[in-house]
Design a protein around this ligand. Structure first.
Ligand code: ADP
Length: 851
């Protein structure tokens, strides 16, 4: 030590007895003091003393448990280190104690213990004296070699450490500046050594011995470091890469674990900034992002806003500002693809092709948004997907059903906790391109709430004039949506807000006829289901009659979704049989095989394989298809859910069949009426809307005014139909709200039947609005209504004369099965609804009753 020669320690030293850690000259140690002797020493020497000499104490290491030695002084180590007490900190918790910071000055040896209480004091002899070495020339040469060797190892060790750490750099400088003699003590206290080793170094009073003992410790440390570096090599490469990205990084602290994490985070921010700069976001967005990243750098990461800002920036980087797929549109290919994917729906396909053709001719089309309106399961979503496929674009479906908060569309402002972007921006992030096909599903089911009107938010999205600068509240910068192709679907236009409707071109997708459903089932649904269930056409056979059975007896819908589900159920059941058959096949029974072969021949000859019900317990050979006939159907799907109940329900007067249009397609509707004694009141049940109630009143009024003409009387024979009579009209499926004028003719027919006591023909259904003067006015939804009547097996349909043109839309095969009666007034309706017409002449029994 440079100051070593100048240090002259007092000949009497108070002794601090430590039992952990060994203080070596030139190093510093923090030690806790809590034994009575040591506490006393601190109090009376260090805290009361005023001179520098009073702060020099002798530290004796390796004293056995100094806390328990109250009376007898334990045996003391002979050699200790004279030390300067640099700092004393007292504390009362958990028990009174002091923490001392001491710096070692030089070695000393105890000559004689002068007193033991209250703390030990000894007469000592200073051992380290620099003059000793300089005077001994012989040993200096030898020492020179030793110290040179030591110095080399020391340099090697320090250079293996990370020189960017300031403490290491300082140590490197110290190696050159300190006298060589001081190095063994200092390095021993720095490198990893045990207390025992340190004690040996302390005891090595002769410098030569000290050098000799320290060199192996240095070598051991060097080897250890080498091994460590070998195992960490790949990680270091990573670090280098990061460092390469941030060459200007300032290094001004010693790394610790938490600081490492902070460093890592800092790296992430730098990487994020780089991503922002290299991303192709708009100028406005770039400006905002750079501002945010500047804030982020200054923010402590424990701040909640840190995570928010980071999420925001990450989203901004991920958004496809300038990334798009290339359109590959070829109308002929598109037509083939649409035809291949979908059977029927000619009108829809035609309009879609027109739309695509215009897009092909004129890029950047600011055309209207297509909106497919129709019952569920008619393929609206599936056509949307096909459009994306024909264009080679990404497809994303946004379900709007039940959305009643405008921030669902436009996002939350970032000031809210848990704020996030709206569905449009989220969708763009998911697909990763800026020109996908977005299918806005169920726009008719958008809700409204206190949180604003989502339909209004959609306006901005869908308006081609505005959507090139759509501003999501979360992003707070404009994003160009003009490349996105929006397609909407809805079940009805009635609940779509008018402003939204105005921006869309409505394409009606009506329900399917039974024949179309059969074709769709056999061309698309069955092959799809077979594939999903791992079956082949060699294993299952569903003839068209069975499909028709499923359609008429197990489903009643405009689309094909339930049909698809039923087919799925059948496939599951067959899959079990086939799997069982394969299992048994592994150890075939001779008789079975023979029978199987027989059956196979049978199939080829008669094309009539065994049905599943007949062979339920037989293990079928795999080549033999399982035929799904009506019995098998009953086995799998249970008894039929819908029977032809029409004729049964029409076995009483006062019942007629109307045709209704609902968002789920057309439906047949039984209207029932009964009369009873009363005061001329009309009761209506079945959740009717105002228009329907008015139709009922109209019908009664017309009948009352024409009662004489038709000889209609009440129970007491009066032509005043409501005299002492109450009428109850009921529209079944009472839980479903019904409205619209088209039930007018049905109510008239039903009441005419009630008051005439005659039965309405069981195979006739009708629709049409009435006026007070008995005219029949046209109504909407004729195609769906006709299909519903056809599904229900009705034969004759009465429609308003002015709806005749709508019949052209109906497939020829359906038209063939039905007879249409065009009515322009109620007389014609009644004439067609009753067998043999509705005669104007009086009936004999009525006259009799009058007598
Ligand atoms: P929607 O969106 O109208 O409620 P989906 O598009 O989900 O109905 O159609 C339901 C299922 O019916 C889909 O699997 C679809 O492939 C099938 N499908 C409907 N119509 C047709 C059709 N014309 N041709 C082929 N498959 C169809």
């Amino acid at each position: 030590m440079a100051a070593g020669s100048a240090i002259q320690i007092p000949s009497r030293l108070p002794l601090l007895l430590t039992h952990e850690g060994v203080l070596l000259p030139g190093s510093t140690m923090r030690t806790s003091v809590d034994s009575p002797r040591n506490m006393q020493l601190v109090r009376s020497r260090l805290l009361k003393g005023t001179s520098l000499r009073s702060t020099i104490i002798g530290v004796i290491p390796n004293t056995s448990d100094p806390t328990s030695d109250c009376d007898d002084l334990p045996s003391l180590h002979r050699i200790g280190t004279a030390a300067l007490a640099v700092q004393v900190v007292g504390s009362n918790w958990p028990k009174p104690h002091y923490t001392l910071l001491v710096t070692g000055l030089c070695r000393f040896q105890i000559l004689q213990l002068l007193k033991e209480k209250p703390y030990p004091v000894a007469e000592v002899e200073q051992l380290d004296r620099l003059e000793q070495f300089t005077n001994q020339h012989k040993s200096e040469e030898e020492l020179g070699e030793l110290s040179e060797q030591f110095y080399k190892y020391a340099v090697q060790l320090v250079e293996m450490l990370d020189m960017s750490v300031p403490a290491v750099a300082k140590l490197r400088r110290l190696l050159d500046n300190l006298p060589r003699e001081a190095l063994p003590d200092i390095l021993t206290s720095i490198i990893r050594t045990s207390n025992q080793e340190k004690l040996q170094i302390l005891d090595a009073v002769r410098l030569e011995e000290r050098f000799k003992m320290t060199i192996p410790l240095l070598v051991r440390q060097i080897e250890g470091l080498k091994l460590l570096q070998k195992t960490r090599k790949p990680k270091q490469d990573d670090d280098k890469r990061v460092v390469a990205i941030r060459p200007n990084r300032r290094i001004n602290h010693i790394p610790s674990t938490t600081e490492d994490e902070e460093e890592e985070d800092h790296d992430d921010v730098v990487i994020l900034e780089k991503k922002i700069r290299t991303s192709s976001m708009s100028e406005q967005a770039l400006k905002v992002c750079l501002k945010e990243i500047k804030r982020l750098k200054k923010m402590p990461q424990s701040m909640p806003e840190y995570a928010l800002t980071r999420n925001y920036l990450e989203l901004m980087v991920e958004l496809p500002w300038n990334k798009s797929t290339k359109d590959r549109l070829e109308i002929r290919a598109a037509r083939i693809l649409l035809d291949n994917d979908h059977y029927a729906m000619e009108k829809l396909k035609k309009r879609v092709l027109e739309y695509l053709a215009v897009r092909q001719l004129k890029n950047n089309l600011k055309g209207p948004i297509l909106c497919f309106v129709g019952p569920p399961g008619v393929g609206k979503t599936s056509v949307g997907r096909s459009i994306a496929k024909t264009l080679g674009r990404e497809f994303h479906r946004i379900a709007l059903g039940g959305v009643c908060d405008q921030s669902d569309i436009r996002g939350h402002r970032r000031t809210y906790v848990g704020s996030m972007p709206g569905r449009i921006i989220n969708g763009l992030k998911t697909v990763g391109v800026n020109n996908p096909v977005f299918l806005l599903d169920e726009v008719d089911k958008l809700g409204k709430s206190l949180q604003g009107d989502p339909a209004a938010a959609l306006l901005e999205v869908l308006d081609p004039e505005q959507n090139h600068s759509f501003t999501d509240h979360y992003l707070n910068v404009a994003f160009d949506l003009s490349q996105v192709l929006f397609i909407a679907t809805a079940n009805t236009t009635a609940t779509i807000p008018p402003a939204l409707l105005d921006r869309m071109e409505i394409i009606q997708v009506p329900g399917y006829t039974q024949e179309e459903k059969i074709e769709i089932a056999h061309r698309h649904l069955i092959p799809k289901q077979l594939e999903q269930h791992g079956l082949t056409p060699q294993q299952i056979q569903i003839p068209q009659v069975t499909t028709l059975d499923i359609i008429t007896r197990y489903t009643r819908e405009a689309g094909v979704r339930s049909l698809d589900r039923k087919l799925g159920a059948i496939c599951r059941a067959v899959a079990v049989k086939v799997a069982e058959g394969q299992h048994k096949e592994t150890k075939p029974d001779r008789a079975e095989v023979a029978e199987g072969e027989d059956c196979k021949e049978h199939v080829t000859e008669d094309a009539k394989p065994e049905s599943i019900s007949d062979t339920a317990d037989l293990a079928l050979p795999p080549e033999m298809p399982i035929l799904i006939d009506f019995h098998a159907l009953k086995d799998i799907l249970g008894p039929p859910m819908y029977e032809m109940e029409v004729s049964e329900r029409l076995s009483q007067p006062g019942v007629a069949i109307g045709l209704a249009w609902t968002p789920l397609g057309g439906e047949i509707m039984f209207v029932e009426a009964s009369r009873m004694d009363g005061e001329g009141q009309l009761t209506l049940t079945g959740q009717l809307g105002d228009v329907m109630k008015e139709s009922a009143h109209l019908a009664i009024s017309w009948l009352r005014s024409n009662a004489k003409r038709y000889q209609l009387t009440n129970a007491s024979g009066s032509f005043d139909l409501l005299d002492n009579t109450d009428i109850h009209l009921h529209f079944p499926a009472g839980a479903v709200t019904k409205d619209g004028p088209s039930a007018g003719v049905t109510i008239v027919t039903c009441l005419a039947s009630l008051f005439s006591g005659r039965l309405v023909c069981s195979d006739v259904a009708m629709t049409g609005e009435i006026t007070l003067r008995g005219l029949v006015l046209p109504v909407g939804g004729i195609k769906d209504k006709v299909l519903a009547a056809h599904r229900a097996g009705l034969k004759r349909i009465i429609i308003p004369q002015r709806n005749e043109k709508d019949l052209e839309e109906i497939a020829a095969n359906v038209r063939q099965d039905l007879t249409f009666v065009m009515a322009s007034c109620l007389d014609e309706v009644l004439n067609a609804a009753f067998d043999g017409g509705f005669a104007v002449k009086p009936r004999a029994d009525r006259l009799n009753s009058k007598l």
